[in-house]
Design a protein around this ligand. Structure first.
Ligand SMILES: C[C@H](O)[C@H](O)[C@H]1CNC2=NC(N)=NC(=O)C2=N1
Length: 91
């Protein structure tokens, strides 16, 4: 089981464009068209499955919101930071 990160650790490790919102970290990605967002959401899902750590994904018009938390630990861990960086690499 991973350790919960302190707010200071989260602040220093959070990738650019990501925000901490309580026990979650979140980012909204922008796209030129709806289907580009749908395709990105699929890529995010594939990475999540490979890592077996799963975000909430909201697909909107020309945007995709991704939210991460570590459910078993009840907060934000290094798994969430790792996945945020991996998702950014897909963008
Ligand atoms: C049993 C538990 O759901 C699994 O071990 C995995 C699946 N994906 C997961 N995803 C996230 N975000 N948090 C978890 O704690 C988690 N646990």
């Amino acid at each position: 089981m991973a350790e919960l990160l302190s707010d200071e650790e989260i602040r220093t490790q959070l990738p650019d464009e990501w925000e901490q919102e309580g026990d979650e970290i979140a980012r909204t990605y922008a796209f030129d068209d709806y289907l580009a967002g749908v395709s990105f959401a699929t890529q995010v899902g594939e990475v999540a499955e490979e890592e077996f750590h799963h975000p909430e994904i909201r697909i909107g018009y020309e945007e995709v919101e991704v939210r991460l938390t570590s459910h078993e630990e009840g907060g934000i861990t290094e798994k969430d930071i790792r996945l945020a960086n991996l998702f950014d690499s897909e963008y």
